[in-house]
Design a protein around this ligand. Structure first.
Ligand SMILES: *Cc1c(COP(=O)(O)O)cnc(C)c1O
Length: 395
């Protein structure tokens, strides 16, 4: 299977069939598994074989198919599925550190990731240093011999800065730290994060993997040693495992993810090009634009793809941004991303509301900023709708 090309992996990877030989993956909606006899139960608790299960919190055949399929796509030795993206981030980080350890993290983070690093790890005696993730000298200055983990989002939310995975990994590895990358905005379709030096890759499957706004899920990918030796004991005993039904949704999502994300990214580029320089905008941010400050890195790290999200800084602050949102007729106002429906978000008053004004300013989360997750609607319809809404924002 590992010599298959991407789309074949996405459709067939990890499939296991029951005695009925069903075509579509079965949903094993069971919490537990029956043993033939007491001896078999005892043996399974001593060592669980690859085709054996004990309890759904530890593993389940449908969940296992999802883990195998995404591991194959990412080129990772192994994977563990989690109940949400945040269960995955929490598990990846918490399983790696103990009191007295040091972590270096980029500061442009998804709100809940910031909460784990700022408020939870510190409660257990882990020190965290925050850096500007795009500043390699800052990473160099921050790492120390006791640094256990370097954490960052490879493309930041919502200002879409791209972090150089290979360069940060080299710095982290020079002190023996483990590199954990939250790779949501880069998407599993364009990721080569493991090849580029990431030790652990985390996704919120809620985003592009489901891609249709139905279910929460997450996944952690890494070496067999890390996933089974370090992560699994933490996840299986603390209860962050993925439900078999949601694993089935994610499996079916993977079958079409390459088609969907490519179409969404093409549309995102077309919209960014169409509105760049629009008089209603301070700036249009899209990593795939030649004018993006890190477009060279986008070419090398992401095969030139800028992802499925763009950010538009509307002139006139919050009032104009709200007029823009309220004038859109196709995209919905919500806060998910990677969905087949285009979604517009005002980060300053929703997803990033709780950040201090200083931090918002530092991260470029201005009052006029709109995060625009591009869906699967017709590109020309979206461009027309965005143009009309931009005009409406200025009256
Ligand atoms: C959404 C998101 C998460 C959290 O995922 P959930 O599935 O909502 O728990 C973490 N990191 C990033 C970058 C995200 O976009």
């Amino acid at each position: 299977m590992s010599d298959w090309n991407k789309r074949t992996k996405l459709v067939h990877g990890g499939t296991r069939r029951s005695q009925y030989n069903e075509v579509s993956e079965a949903i094993y909606m069971t919490q537990g598994f029956v043993y033939d006899n007491a001896e078999q139960a005892e043996a399974r608790f001593i060592e669980t074989g690859p085709d054996e299960f004990i309890y759904a919190r530890y593993g389940n055949p449908t969940v296992d198919m999802f883990e195998k399929r995404i591991a194959l796509l990412e080129g990772a030795e192994d994977a563990f599925a989690a109940a949400s993206g945040m269960a995955a981030v929490n598990g990846a980080l918490t399983s790696l550190v103990q009191a007295g350890d040091h972590v270096v993290s980029a500061k442009a983070l998804f709100g809940s990731c910031l909460h784990i690093l700022e408020n939870i790890l510190s409660k257990f005696g882990v020190e965290v240093t925050f850096v500007d993730g795009t500043d390699l000298d800052a990473w160099r200055a921050a790492v120390r011999p006791d640094t256990k983990v370097c954490f960052f989002e490879s493309m930041s939310n919502p200002t879409l800065e791209v972090i150089d995975i290979k360069a940060v990994a080299d710095i982290a590895h020079s002190v023996g730290a483990t590199v954990v990358v939250d790779n949501v905005f880069s998407t599993p379709v364009y990721s080569k994060a493991i090849e580029q030096g990431a030790d652990v890759v985390v996704y919120s499957a809620t985003k592009h993997i489901d891609g249709q706004g139905r279910a929460l899920g997450g996944v952690i990918l890494g070496t067999k040693d890390y996933i089974r030796g370090t992560l699994e004991p933490y996840m299986k005993h603390t209860g962050g495992s993925l439900s078999p039904f949601n694993a089935w949704i994610m499996l079916k999502g993977l079958e079409t993810i390459d088609l969907r994300v490519k179409a969404q990214a093409e549309s995102a580029l077309a919209i960014a090009e169409a509105v760049e320089g629009n008089p209603a905008l301070e700036r249009a941010i899209y990593p795939g634009l030649k004018t993006h400050a890190q477009n060279a890195l986008v070419q090398s790290q992401l095969s030139g793809c800028g992802g499925t999200v763009l950010s538009l800084d509307v002139k006139g602050g919050k009032e104009a941004a709200f007029k823009f949102l309220n004038a859109l007729t196709i995209p919905v106002i919500s806060n998910n991303l990677g969905d087949s429906k285009s979604i517009a978000t005002h980060p300053a008053t929703t997803t990033h509301q709780r950040l201090s004004d200083e931090l918002k300013a530092e991260l470029g989360i201005t009052p006029g900023l709109i995060r625009f997750s591009v869906g699967l609607e017709d590109t020309d319809d979206l461009i027309k709708d965005v143009r009309v809404a931009l005009e409406a924002s200025q009256v």
